[in-house]
Design a binder for this molecule. Structure first.
Ligand SMILES: [Zn+2]
Length: 192
């Protein structure tokens, strides 16, 4: 999570929400990149954040949300299968005991030596304790249960952006309501 800093600090890069010309969330970039787009006349600033960005000769108010002034067409991105993305999908929550922690491992629900594949539907986040408990066994053998059936995430605006929303509250109003509704689907049920 990016930290916000005061007005007199070094030029630290924050995250900036980039909207398409039609105000749809497009992606996230750094403060430096956002200022390049704004200075080049390719984007306008919709929201500022605390702090300033100082270049050798100028001082800029830091943007928090910018809008590209022309339409960017691009296909909806796929979410790449990485450890980090599995943790994000599972909201940093162990899918066995429900503990929320940064110290997670990847567990193959059907172990690899039993033919389990390395794919979204067979991978879950597990805390070290649960991973150790499960070992190389199947769910049936351990009597362990998954909080959620693992799924392949769709790269919706919310999916991409939810990890920033605690830090950048002002971004919320640019994310469609129905996308924010998806928050419910990603929230794990209480651990049993
Ligand atoms: Zn656990």
């Amino acid at each position: 999570m990016a930290e916000r800093e005061g007005a007199n600090s070094e030029p630290v890069d924050n995250s900036v929400l980039v909207l398409n010309q039609n105000y749809e969330p497009l992606n996230v970039c750094t403060t430096r990149r956002a200022l390049v787009l704004v200075m080049g006349g390719k984007a306008e600033v919709l929201e500022h954040t605390l702090g300033e960005w100082r270049s050798a000769s100028r001082v800029f108010a830091k943007p928090s949300v910018i809008r590209i002034v022309y339409v960017i067409r691009r296909p909806r991105p796929l979410v790449k299968l990485t450890r980090r993305e599995v943790f994000i999908r599972d909201r940093h929550t162990c899918q066995y005991c429900g503990i929320r922690t940064r110290d997670l491992t990847i567990d193959h629900v059907i172990p690899r030596h039993r033919g389990g594949k390395h794919e979204w539907e067979n991978l879950v986040s597990a805390c070290r304790l649960c991973n150790h408990r499960k070992g190389g066994r199947s769910l049936e053998e351990t009597h362990m249960r998954l909080l959620h059936k693992p799924f392949r995430p769709v790269a919706s605006a919310y999916y991409i952006l939810h990890q920033y929303l605690d830090t950048y509250e002002e971004w919320r109003k640019y994310i469609p309501e129905w996308e924010l509704g998806a928050e419910q689907d990603l929230t794990p049920a209480a651990a049993s």
